[in-house]
Design a protein around this ligand. Sequence first.
Ligand SMILES: [Zn+2]
Length: 353
Amino acid sequence: MEPTQNSDQTQPDVMGDDGALPVADKALRRLPVAELHLHIEGTLQPELIFELAERNGMELPYAGLEELRGLYEFTDLQSFLDLYYANMAVLQSEQDFADMTRAYLARAANAGVRHAEIMMDPQAHLARGIPLETCVNGVASALATSVEEFGISTLLIAAFLRDLSEESALEVLEELLAMNAPIAAIGLDSAEVGNPPAKFERLFARAREAGLRLTAHAGEEGPASYILEALDILGVERIDHGIRCMEDPELVERLVEDRIPLTVCPLSNVRLRAVDTLADHPLPAMLAAGLNVSVNSDDPAYFGGYVDDNFVQLNAVFELSEFDQARLAANSIHSSFASEERKAELLDELNGS
Ligand SMILES: [Zn+2]
């Protein structure tokens, strides 16, 4: 299936004859979930990129929206990352970061998201000369009013770029701790192959010592052994992506037994060619194996859809049973870093839905 460029548009192949959404899809789009794998910089829609460029008096190297949208055909993770980092240039002020975050929350509220654990890439902004305070305070200011404005509880995750050195990550983590940044966890993202988790052993040890929760991308493009490293060397509680665990039956057994959460992002995997088509996605096999998987959007502006789009497109291809839909939603809630009280609220909402 070819994802559309504009993720706000309903996919034509899931619409009824009259253009209205089938009842089942409407319900699916309202499934109360926690979104656990979301990069806030990956929510920058082309329209907002142009708006922020104008606000900041910047010339974009694209003639218009259509040209920019045309660049969203990626061949692999690196080709996506090149555009992702280039577009970040429009984020200059706290207001820019806040506006981007608020736009995500508004869209996520319509996608059934009730709790969001949002990653941001501080190093990517520091490299552009944007102070840590600007990006952290900008995102945090939007998160501070998220419950009352959007009904979404949130947590902020500082994600570190694995293609940079561990020294750089440690330096930024210390600065975040020193400024008492409102982060609940750290993550590890960006170019995976050639940057194994073991490279960041000291970073994760320091974060654990500081009382932060731990997650890392592993087994997206990288091998199943990276998942093992993330668990055994970094001590992460959660694996972002993790789809390549399916190549190692022993690892699958362990992940099932330990209920390790895997935050899977189906549309992202298709767009970045980790799988050829959605029909080739291992999600059904992962569910059948008893793995603790959830559905997430990763970088929704770039990958053709928010969490509800992921659910609807998965359902169009695999016809998820109501049991599996509820299981995916419950997994996302159980696997979150939210308080037990918040998890109970969300599970009540799910069970009543
Ligand atoms: Zn990701």
